[in-house]
Design a protein around this ligand. Structure first.
Ligand code: ADP
Ligand code: MG
Length: 171
């Protein structure tokens, strides 16, 4: 966690999670990587849908669990939505073009689910967005964004300062 920043926001509905994700879209650059963490049903797909809509993706964004990689080229930047859940070996990452999408030279932004399965294959700079359920409230989520590396730190700073996102700094 050295040098990383953490910002937190609580949402009380799927719509609020989508709205929060939408506020990130204006700030992403080509080559940015967002790693999504959270259990099944946490809200990773909701978050991605809100982000994609704000990026200008008109088509429906679905979970890429069976496809592993879904590409949405029609927004302000291409969106590459990856789900590594069904991959068994790190060698398969090469087959799907994973490294080209996360090495910083990509033309678009990558959203990666289940990246924690292959920790040795994480990029050196990425923004982690972890979504936690609240056992006491079915519609509540804690969304915790943490930067790994200088670019994602900069991205997190501008996102958190957006008056519409209201992310709180965590100490
Ligand atoms: P994942 O992709 O993490 O498996 P999904 O985004 O597909 O999860 O599903 C999240 C589910 O939780 C949806 O049915 C959504 O309506 C519901 N939900 C309830 N409250 C929230 C919230 N605050 N944020 C996100 N999703 C929520
Ligand atoms: Mg999903």
């Amino acid at each position: 966690m050295a040098n990383g920043l953490t910002y937190i926001r609580r949402t009380n509905s799927a719509e609020a999670t989508k709205h929060l994700a939408a506020t990130l879209a204006p700030y992403v650059h080509p080559g940015d990587v967002i790693v999504l963490e959270g259990d099944l049903g946490a809200g990773k797909t909701q978050f991605t849908q809100g982000f994609a809509a704000a990026l200008g993706v008109a088509s429906a964004v679905t979970s890429p669990t069976f496809n592993i990689l879904l590409t949405y080229p029609e927004g302000r930047l291409p969106l590459y939505h990856l789900d590594l859940y069904r991959l068994d070996e790190a060698e398969q990452l090469e087959d799907i073009g994973y490294y080209e999408l996360i090495d910083g030279d990509s033309d678009g932004v990558a959203f990666v689910e289940w990246a924690e399965k292959f920790p040795e294959s994480l990029p050196c700079d990425y923004l982690e967005v972890a979504i936690y359920r609240d056992p006491a409230d079915e519609c509540a989520r804690q969304i915790r964004a943490h930067s790994f590396g200088p670019r994602s730190r900069q991205l997190l700073c501008v996102w958190a300062k957006d008056s519409k996102s209201r992310l709180q700094k965590s100490h």
